[in-house]
Design a protein around this ligand. Structure first.
Ligand code: ADP
Ligand code: ASP
Ligand code: MG
Length: 409
């Protein structure tokens, strides 16, 4: 008897026919004593469509009302899927995030799961149901609906699996596993049989959209094995786990990630005195705007002024503009320039630690392709370069082919 959480993403549940295919597959694979929780996303591009709709009425699509709107997508899918299970003769109930006991912070649009009390889910399973839970959503203590950030259904699934001590969490999607880079960008990408939580978290954080970073974090925290696999085939996918079990899977560089949801903000000519950086980044943090790469330049000619350059996600650009305009009233900023045509390419691998020269190789490949690097940042297991968005596909393919494929012979 196993307790399994299965998550199906938007493209997997895009039509009633696809929902029926999933229902048939779940029923086919279910052993008589298995307890199954299915977590689903909104159908197809529903979430994007809802965002577009909101942008028709406001330039500031953030906050409580936005989450109420976005959370509706998943609610359509859970109802349809539960009805489909019933139509196939199996008892099923649908539950919203709140009904599944998911309590979150009140950071609308990027709420964090604080606690899960899955009692209703467990009771419904006990009564013989397949339980279909809406991904991407939860509820604040005050009773407001929240959403968990784009891709957040992954986090719902892994967190529920952790809270219920499930045997495994399966992430079904439109690719058959985690690849060394996005197979849509680099056709030579290779499928990974396994990857550690640490490397997957870094890949996801740096833009590999196949998993939401917080889902990987949750998996790590609760020790839930995550199996990323295809909705459309029975093939084994990729297991995300604590340690590699196969030596053959340990390379210096595991993957290349790209992120095009990037905007560069340049605060030109701010005062070069203590407290300025604190003031800028505190104001952004107060609005929950995540800042990624940061550079403060040294001027040789005018040391009374300095420039602060940083990156944020494009989704936060309008909010950041508002914050920086307000800040401009109380501090002196000569100019604020926002460039939304930026992208970030990164290499990830725990094995890089003992290999000097990897960064130089990466920069050399970009230089050979005529790509200018605007900002560089590193972590223990990754190196990232900010480049013009127009170069991102060329950069990913070249770095992947020369650093990963060549390295594997
Ligand atoms: P879902 O709707 O099922 O959540 P997503 O679109 O969020 O699916 O994630 C799957 C997509 O992630 C793939 O279609 C692929 O283009 C993209 N992707 C990015 N990086 C990777 C990677 N390293 N391995 C596999 N897929 C990746
Ligand atoms: N529907 C949400 C999104 O498109 C959540 C998800 O699919 O994971 O981001
Ligand atoms: Mg996703």
């Amino acid at each position: 008897m196993a307790l399994i959480v299965k998550k199906f993403g938007g493209s997997s549940v895009a039509t009633p026919e696809k929902i029926f295919n999933i229902v048939n597959r779940v029923l086919r694979d279910k052993q008589p004593d298995d307890r199954i929780v299915v977590v689903v996303s909104a159908m197809g591009d529903t979430t994007d469509d809802l965002v577009r709709l909101a942008k028709e009425v406001t330039s500031m699509p953030y906050g409580r009302e936005m989450d109420r709107l976005l959370s509706t997508g998943e609610q359509v899918t859970i109802a349809l899927m539960a009805l489909a299970f019933q139509a196939k003769g199996h008892a099923a109930v649908s539950m919203t995030g709140e009904q599944a006991g998911i309590a979150t912070s009140d950071t609308f649009g990027k709420a964090r799961i604080l606690d899960i009390e899955p009692k209703r889910v467990l009771d419904a399973l006990e009564a013989g149901n397949i339980v279909v839970v809406a991904g991407f959503q939860g509820m604040t203590e005050a009773g407001d609906i929240t959403t968990l950030g784009r891709g957040g259904s992954d986090t719902t699934a892994v967190a529920l699996a952790g809270a219920m001590k499930a045997d495994v969490c399966e992430i079904f999607t439109d690719v058959d596993g985690v690849y060394s880079t996005d197979p849509r960008v680099a056709p030579g990408a290779v499928k990974l049989k396994e990857i550690t939580y640490g490397e997957m978290l870094e890949m996801a954080r740096l833009g590999a959209g196949v998993m939401q970073p917080r889902a990987v974090e949750m998996g790590h925290r609760y020790g839930v094995p995550i199996h990323v696999r295809s909705t459309f085939s029975d093939e084994e996918g990729t297991i995300i786990r604590e340690e590699y079990t196969m030596k053959a899977n340990q390379y210096a560089i595991t993957g290349v990630a790209d992120d095009t949801n990037v905007a560069k903000v340049s605060l030109v000519g701010v005062e070069n005195v203590p407290g300025v950086a604190h003031q800028v980044f505190q104001a952004l943090a107060n609005k929950s705007i995540d800042v990624d790469m940061i550079v403060q330049s040294i001027r040789t000619t005018d040391d009374k002024r300095t420039d602060i350059v940083f990156t944020i996600t494009r989704d936060d650009v309008n909010l950041a503009k508002q914050v920086l305009e307000e800040l401009g009233q109380s501090m002196s900023i000569e100019e604020c320039v926002i460039n939304e045509n930026m992208a970030k390419v990164s290499i990830i691998g725990a094995g890089m630690l003992g290999q000097p020269g990897v960064a130089a190789k990466m920069f050399g490949i970009l230089s050979d392709e005529g790509v200018n690097i605007e900002i560089i940042s590193t972590s223990e297991i990754s190196i990232s370069c900010l480049i013009g968005e127009e170069h991102i596909k060329t950069a990913v393919r070249a770095i992947h082919d020369k650093l990963i494929l060549d390295g594997r012979g």
